[in-house]
Design a protein around this ligand. Structure first.
Ligand code: CA
Length: 233
């Protein structure tokens, strides 16, 4: 899972005018957009290309959006991808069903494009820290998520993609203690087949890279629980 500079959004929508309106506006805002005109195609593309986020229309022919959502959240390769449902229906039960199915957010049609874009950004920021091309900084640490640059105490640090995502996650809330399962979820995407010790291995690599400068690093081990970015530095 390597982040490129612009987040990749898969749009699953069967009505071409709706699709073009969405794709045009998302692309104008700098997102990469892949189009899928039905649920089957959407499922396939989601598995193959691993988008950062999916915008999914509720009303789709053959396989309805809610079923596509269920499938996406059930499959190992796609369960971590945030989903925004578009629905023309306003009924409360439908909204709840949408969220019960694992949708991360929903937008009711007709929507304003600027509101939708704001919701897309908010969702990406919430579930994928660092995917919005921002600069995250804390104390002596600075991460440019667009250029994939990390500096610690003014010196450039080279990190692998997993270590980079780990650091972005920790930087999201300095001082918060993350347990291994939470880090697995955020960095690897809920893949239950990954051993919890994998987290330790990659945290070890991240610390080693940061320590190269003067032997210190800002990551704190909380015994028996997990890791945190030390808020006292
Ligand atoms: Ca539709």
């Amino acid at each position: 899972m390597v982040h490129t500079s612009s987040p990749h959004i898969l749009v699953i929508e069967d009505e071409p005018p709706q699709m073009e309106l969405l794709a045009y506006n998302l692309e104008k805002e700098g997102f990469r957009v892949t189009r899928a005109l039905n649920g089957e195609e959407g499922l396939l593309i989601a598995e193959e290309s691993g988008p950062d986020m999916i915008i999914l229309d509720w009303m789709l022919p053959i396989v309805p959006g809610i079923e596509v959502c269920r499938q996406l959240k059930k499959r190992r390769d796609t369960s971590h991808i945030p989903i925004m449902m578009l629905t023309a229906r306003g009924e409360e039960t439908d909204r709840v069903r949408g969220l019960d199915t694992g949708a991360d957010d929903y937008v009711v049609k007709p929507y304003s494009v600027s509101e939708l874009i704001a919701r897309v950004r908010a969702l990406l920021r919430r579930v994928r820290p660092g995917s919005m091309g921002e600069t995250l900084s804390y104390s002596d640490l600075m991460v440019d998520t667009e250029k994939h640059w990390v500096t610690f105490k003014g010196k450039r640090v080279n990190l692998g993609p997993t270590e980079f995502r780990l650091l972005c996650t920790l930087l999201e809330k300095p001082g918060r203690v993350w347990d291994r399962a939470q880090l697995l979820d955020r960095v690897w995407g809920m893949d239950k087949d990954i051993d919890m010790r994998t987290v330790d291995v990659h945290v070890g690599r991240l610390r080693k890279a940061l320590r190269q400068l003067d032997g210190s690093d800002p990551i704190r081990t909380v015994r028996g629980f997990g890791y945190s970015l030390d808020h006292s530095i």
